[in-house]
Design a protein around this ligand. Sequence first.
Ligand SMILES: C[S@@+](CC[C@H](N)C(=O)[O-])C[C@H]1O[C@@H](n2cnc3c(N)ncnc32)[C@H](O)[C@@H]1O
Length: 333
Amino acid sequence: MSPVAPSPSAPITDPDHIPVLLTEVIDGLAPKDGGLYVDGTFGAGGYTMALLQSADCTVWAIDRDPEALERGQELAKLFPGRLNFLQGRFGDLADLLIENDVRAVDGIALDLGISSMQVDDRSRGFSFLRDGPLDMRMEKSGMSAADAVNSLPESDLANIIYKYGEERFSRRVAHAIVMARKSRPFSRTIHLADTIRAEVKRSQDGIDPATRTFQALRIYVNDELGELERGLTGAEHLLAEHGRMAVVSFHSLEDRIVKSFIRDRSGRAPNPSRHVPAPTAGKPSATFSLVNNRAITPTKREIRDNPRARSARLRIAERTDHPALSSIQGGAA
Ligand SMILES: C[S@@+](CC[C@H](N)C(=O)[O-])C[C@H]1O[C@@H](n2cnc3c(N)ncnc32)[C@H](O)[C@@H]1O
C-alpha cells in the first residue's frame, strides 16, 4: 500500500508546537510499509503524524503526560487502527510494548524535554515568566517542584541546582531558597523566580537568572536523566535488527548521555589506557552502529522559524544483530 499522502489539513494536536528537526528524524528512521514505530515522546503528535504519513506503518505513541494523550485522540481517528497510545514513561518502553505483545519494533523516536503546550500552560508551573503553581510534574503526580524546594536540605538543593542546572551560584541560590521558605513556603513560580533573581545577576547574554534553577528542578522532579538512560537501554532491547533510534536532546547533560551510550554500544568507547589493548578490538559485541558520526543540528532557517530548536541535537543509531548488553528494570529480556 502506498504511504498516506501528507494532508495540510490534518490536525497536529496543538498548532503552537512546531516539531523540531522533523525532516531529519523521519529521514533517519526511514519508515517502511508494515513497520512498527515507537514515538516515546508523543507531545503534540508532530513526529507521530509524520511517521504515519510517510509509510503505511503502525505507531505506538507514549507520553507520561495524560493531557498530551487526550489531545491525541483526534489524530488517531485519521489513521484508524494504526495509532496506539500508551500512557507511561519511555524509560519503561520495552516493558510497555511487551505487555502489549510487541516484542520488536523498526524505529524509536525520542524528543526530550517538555512541549510548548506544557511550558505555555501556567497551571503546569514550568515557566518562570508566568505565575502559576510551582508544580513541574509532567505526569501530574509524585513530588512537585514546590515539595522539593520546601523540603530538601540546603546541600541537596545546591547539588541539584549545580548538577542539573549547571548554575555556578548554586550554593547562593540554595541558601536564599532555604532562608525564604522559613517565613513563607514556596507555592508559586514567581516567588521562586524572584528569589533567584534577587541573588543572581542577569548574565551578559541576557538569560534570565531563573532559567538554570528552573531547568534543574524540572529535571530532578521528573528524573529526566534517569528516564533517558533507561529509555536507551529499553530501545536496545526492543529494536529489531536494522531498527533505528533517533534521539533529539536540548542540553549538554542529555546529549552527553546519548552520545556516550551510542559510542559505547557501537564499540567506539575511547580506550581507557594507552598501555592496554582496546577492549573493543574487533567490536563483535556492538549492539548499535552509528548512522551519523556527528550530531545533526537545525538549519539557520529552522532556528529562525522556531527558536526552541536552537539547542537541539539529533543522534541516530541502527541496531545490529548482537543481543542487548544490559538487562532492563522490568525484566523483559
Ligand atoms: C518535546 S515534546 C515532544 C514533541 C513531539 N515530538 C511533537 O512533535 O509534537 C516532549 C513530550 O515528551 C513527554 N515526555 C518527556 N519525558 C517523558 C518520558 N520519560 N516518558 C514519556 N513521555 C515523556 C512530555 O510530556 C512531552 O509531551
